[in-house]
Design a protein around this ligand. Sequence first.
Ligand code: HEM
Length: 493
Amino acid sequence: MELQILVFSSIILIPFFLYCFDLYRLRRMPPGPTGLPIIGNLLDIGPKPHESLAKLSKKHGPLMTIRLGSITSVVASTPEAAREILQHNDTSCSGRVVPDAVTALSIHDAAVIWISTNDVWKKIRKALGMYLTHKQKLDSLRDLRLNVVDCMIEFLRGSEKKKEYVDIGKLAFAVALNMMSSTCLSQNVASYDSDDIGGFKTAVKKVMEVDGKFNIADIFPVLKPLDPQNIRREAKVAYDWLDKVITGFVKERLNQRELKRPRFGDMLDSLLDYSQDNEAEFKLKHIRALLMDLFIGGTETSSNTTEWAMTELLLNPNMFLKVREEVCTAVGEDGKIQEAKILELPYLQAVIKETMRLHLAVPLLIPHRVEAHEVKLGDYHVPKNTQILINAWAISRDPKYWDKPLMFKPERFLGSEVDYKGQHFEFIPFGAGRRICPGLPLAQRVVSLMVASFVYHFDWKLPHDKEEMDMNDVFGLTLLRATPLLATPISIE
Ligand code: HEM
């Protein structure tokens, strides 16, 4: 009889205590919308999560808790809330939540984007700082980028002759990919004039597409083995293809080094040297994963920003002409745009910043995760493993900081100290803190060079009236234009 009482009271009491503990935990977390059983707040989040979260935060506050299936997230929607996370609690909040699609990459546990901020991560970020984005390194590889731009201009002249519309985003994607591949591997991997079916461009695009899809298995982890939307399987095909090609590049370079052939002096050479010196933490698999991360993290973000900048400039001819006038002062005697000079052009840089403010490439940054222990954010206690979303999109439209936030007004940045390097929390298109985008200095050069070249060398004709321009975007890994920007180039020389 006593045993029965014990079993019976355990059945009642254990769930009761668990429920009370959950209530206690939730009461210590930031407030948020009441969710439905099992699915939580899933129905509150539509196809544009950055917009629905911004709306919800107006009601529930700058730090808000939402629950999607079994995943609990805290969302930061103001500069102050972002600062609390990315500056005051940066170390505790810099983990990652690895999406199921990414696990299709067999070496995802070596990928800088997805691993915790451990010693290996530090080694990889150090290598990026030394060999990719250090000012001297960037300067020394300037000619490679100029060559890519020359090919792009040649392609545009060809399109002009054929009187063809150019898909500016698609072209910018191929250019950004080639800038990255020439910097890393001394090779161009994408062609401009074909759709490149089955090639490098398609594989990188595919990874971006599947990684950015809403995956039910991410919010109900019990479904992971089933992969109900086929997302992991699709991702695996693209990841395996890319990994095979990148491994081929690395093996070929190792052979050339063994045969004592001349070095290329590119990023791959530097990474192989670095790996020899740091064998324990930085192996060949880290090089393969890093190259993959750079192609995935550094191309669509840059091309998308370029496409939005061109959209705004084609809608605002006075701004377009102002940029052209400025770029003219940065052209050398050889008739080529000088990269170092365009980085100093105030109006061009203001146009790029304003584009990044209004058309954020990565609207929720890459989700962070509370690591190691419970963290106190303001008056709230947020438990270990909670996902952290920073709504940089909402932040860069906060009317407390931005006058007429929905207007494209590059002038707001002229004479202003606000920039995107992670110090001004009202403007964090690259994130802030230890996870801030390591590609920022390269992105600034690539985007500036593409926009300056488009504007300096060509006038552009839209296939429709300006008023008909579709300004909608589609949420994914990056916030893409809903309809591609098409325009015909007309040489001005
Ligand atoms: C306009 C262009 C770009 C934008 C807007 C952008 C934005 C971002 C953002 C928002 C993050 C996440 C920050 C966070 O988690 O808090 C990020 C991470 C990252 N970006 Fe970029 N990015 C751009 C270009 C690039 C380029 C050119 C590269 C490569 C050279 C690059 C490589 C990376 C990598 C490797 C990470 C992961 C860093 C980590 O987790 O430690 N990005 N980027």
